[in-house]
Design a protein around this ligand. Sequence first.
Ligand code: OOG
Ligand code: MG
Length: 262
Amino acid sequence: MTLDDATLDRLAEHLETCQLQARDTTKITDDHPGMDWEDAYAVQDRILKRKLARGARVVGLKCGLTSHAKMRQMGVDEPVFGFLVDAFALAEGASVRCADLIHPKVEPEIAFVLKHELRGPGCHVGAVLAATDFVLPGIEVIDSRYRDFKFDLKSVIADNTSAARFVVGGHARPVAEVDLRTCGVVLEKNGQPVALGAGAAVLGHPAAAVAALANHLGRRGQSIPAGTLILSGGVTEAVAVGPGDHVSLRVQGMGHVGLRFV
Ligand code: OOG
Ligand code: MG
């Protein structure tokens, strides 16, 4: 840790206010070039604390920057982790108000729901599959609070990994019934396929992203409780959306889920 409590609180307040007011900002590492990973997650934790104090509930966790497409797009080389609260959750087919967001993008993801707790270190794909109740398609709407979506890893971690909205839906499948590596993912925008991939794009197997999350939390003395919903990270690059757009995600064997942007 390099930042003091007052600075961590101020950064959390600043980034959360940008989120709530849909205003962008410069990277926090511009002003705090020496901040470390712990500082970055400490800012994220304080954003969560602010939300919990106002009555928010955690409804899931997310992995980000878990595919090479995403790492390349954002110019970084390591996964990041964040939280999802009830205010981010959308119903299938819901309308997303772009006025509440800065510069939204959508990502095709595979969501996991656990039936057993996962605790790192040492968590691996096999442990994740054994602990998974079912998997289903999810669209994450990301909205970096940083100007032009330009950030480094510490800044994006502090900003709760650009989390803004998400929807899961389609057809939930027991994890033993699908090959998550070869399962095809097609993201359509206004009826046109705009991003295509297969599950293996996410760290070789999307369950590896969930294992990385368990190991990350294990280093901090935490686990992933049974029942948790986890977004395993964008399979492809994120796609920009605006008012009037409709997006639909199809995942092989798991149906589709969609959102409208107004
Ligand atoms: C960071 C969040 C990335 C994913 O699925 O890769 C993410 C960003 O690209 O703004 O959620
Ligand atoms: Mg994502």
